[in-house]
Design a protein around this ligand. Sequence first.
Ligand code: RB5
Length: 151
Amino acid sequence: MIIAVGSDHAGLELKGQLGKYLADKGHQVQDLGTYTTDSVDYPDYGEKVGSVVAAGEAELGICVCGTGIGISIAANKVCGIRAAVVHDVTSARLAKAHNNANVVCFGERMITFEVSRQAIDAFLESSFEGGRHIKRIEKLNNLDKLREGNE
Ligand code: RB5
């Protein structure tokens, strides 16, 4: 799978650990930065990852900031993106099963590498359940269309 990863300075270490973990598992990991501990702004990296996923250049995005919150808000501003902050295996599994998330976000200040590794494994091993969740995803898509109409 082609996976785009991105973080601000506060998510740099966890982004690197998760990227290496996924590359070691055979995934093609595209690191969109940041690459140093210099202070940067999380919206820039949420937007980068979201844009690559929305364009179909990566099948999944992983975003990391201090809490996972700011970068998830940024990624969700990109039309077609369903970015979910996950904290554990259960929230990761449900982000796929119910929300069919295409960007998974972590907070380096909130979660250990070990738990985030287990969470991303759970996400990758889960499937979208479809059924009653389809019309809800369609409603999210309609919100994107509303926004596009206003641009
Ligand atoms: C950076 O200090 C921090 O605010 C950022 O990484 C993130 O946690 C924001 O949501």
